[in-house]
Design a protein. Structure first.
Length: 160
């Protein structure tokens, strides 16, 4: 019994430490400009087209307010709102939705994500950082979450 209690305490400490490290230390910056949001979305959609994936893309400012949105033809309707939700989650929690997904999958302390409003624990949402500051976030939805993430990461990498 004592070994089990020790194990649970250590596991809780490790999960909490992982969660603390996962939050980006970057401060919020000015909101992303519409022209930059459109360019990032274009990179994401070009990546999707190249792979024959149908996607919806959303770019939000640091507050999670929608700045730009586009949906490819024949993308499932539900992906429209999911893309927006992923982007908002990545912006307001200062971390990718993949980090939230991994936290939930770990169970234990990660299960508290189920109680956090606007926490979307599905890969595909990533903060956009420019000059060391979070200026917004991008969210993709329409295919497997791993593929959504490929498109989102390509878009984030294009911001210089």
């Amino acid at each position: 019994m004592k070994k089990m209690l020790t194990f649970l305490v250590v596991l809780t400490v490790v999960l909490c430490a992982m969660n603390a490290l996962a939050q980006m230390p970057n401060p919020y910056g000015p909101p992303i400009a519409v022209d930059i949001a459109k360019k990032a979305a274009q990179v994401a959609l070009d990546t999707a087209r190249k792979n024959n994936w149908r996607m919806a893309v959303a770019v939000v400012d640091p507050n999670g307010t929608l700045v730009y949105y586009e949906k490819m033809d024949n993308t499932q309707i539900s992906s429209a709102q999911v893309a927006i939700d992923k982007a908002k989650s990545a912006a307001i929690f200062k971390r990718s939705t993949k980090v939230l997904q991994d936290g939930l999958a770990a169970g234990g302390a990660g299960l508290r994500l189920l109680r956090l409003r606007d926490a979307i624990p599905i890969d595909g949402g990533y903060p956009i950082i420019f000059e060391g500051k979070i200026i917004g976030a991008i969210g993709l939805s329409g295919d497997a979450s791993e593929n959504d993430a490929v498109c989102a990461k390509a878009a984030v990498a294009s911001i210089k």
